[in-house]
Design a binder for this molecule. Structure first.
Ligand code: COA
Length: 213
């Protein structure tokens, strides 16, 4: 099946590798409404209207969580019939009893264990471990090497940074950022940045505040 990848940055290149590694999809173009690039990785770069003439199936390769959500909403406003695929690297280990929703991206070396649920457009990055019964909400992102014990829940658009470890059963609400290398032994509410060992709140944040600069 022909698919588009929306985005022309490094995250898009990794998602391209995911798709190439597994059978079933053929990338026909990249999409970027804010770039003058004509090609990326040897494929054409189109604006949304041109891309949708080629295929209405694709994946959003925007790393920043709230921007990925905005792009999905904008595309669906243009065409409500767009079909989002999940892009899972062939070398990710995903339980047959995990639930993977449309638009999800799972990179090489990641493990998603039994009865975990990964909601729409969430990202499980390289080598991250999502243990049994975890709940990862829409547009959340788990960075490389993070480890989530069993029954952890992560809210919408929240970001778990590289190498962070979360004790089993921890709950992180929406739009919260847990900084790299943290040891998380307590729950965190909406709209905070927290880090450290043990992880503590550092400040409040808004949904749009940057965290990948
Ligand atoms: C949490 C985070 C967003 C904070 O970023 P920031 O607000 O720009 O913070 P700064 O880099 O300005 O650092 C401010 C201070 O906090 C410290 N700090 C920042 N993150 C820290 C962390 N995770 N643990 C301990 N200290 C940290 C800095 O050392 C600095 O201390 P100083 O004032 O004594 O020099 C950032 O550290 C982070 O973890 N980003 C995500 C990285 C990641 O996972 N990327 C994935 C790429 S795929």
């Amino acid at each position: 099946m022909d698919v588009f990848i929306y985005g022309t940055g490094g995250h898009a290149a990794v998602i391209y590798d995911n798709i190439v590694s597994s059978n079933g999809y053929s990338v026909v173009c990249f999409v970027d409404d804010n770039s003058d690039k004509e090609t990326y990785l040897g494929l054409p770069v189109h604006k949304t209207p041109e891309a949708l003439k080629l295929t209405k199936t694709g994946v959003i390769a925007i790393g920043v969580n709230h921007i990925r959500e905005k792009v999905v909403q904008e595309l669906l406003a243009i065409n409500a019939n767009i079909n989002f695929i999940s892009a899972i690297h062939a070398n990710a280990v995903v339980s047959e009893r995990a639930i993977i929703k449309p638009g999800v991206v799972i990179m090489a070396g990641a493990v998603v264990n039994a009865n975990a649920t990964i909601d729409e457009h969430a990202v499980i990055n390289t080598g991250a471990i999502v243990e049994h019964d975890c709940q990862i909400s829409s547009y959340a992102s788990i960075a490389p090497g993070a480890v989530l014990g069993g029954n952890v829940s992560i809210g919408e658009r929240s970001f778990i940074s590289m190498g962070t470890q979360l004790k089993q059963g921890i709950q992180i609400k929406n739009d919260t950022v847990i900084g790299m290398g943290s040891i998380v032994t307590s729950n965190f509410e909406d709209h905070v940045t927290a880090y450290g060992q043990p992880c503590k709140v550092v400040n409040n944040r808004k949904k749009e505040d940057s965290y990948l600069a």
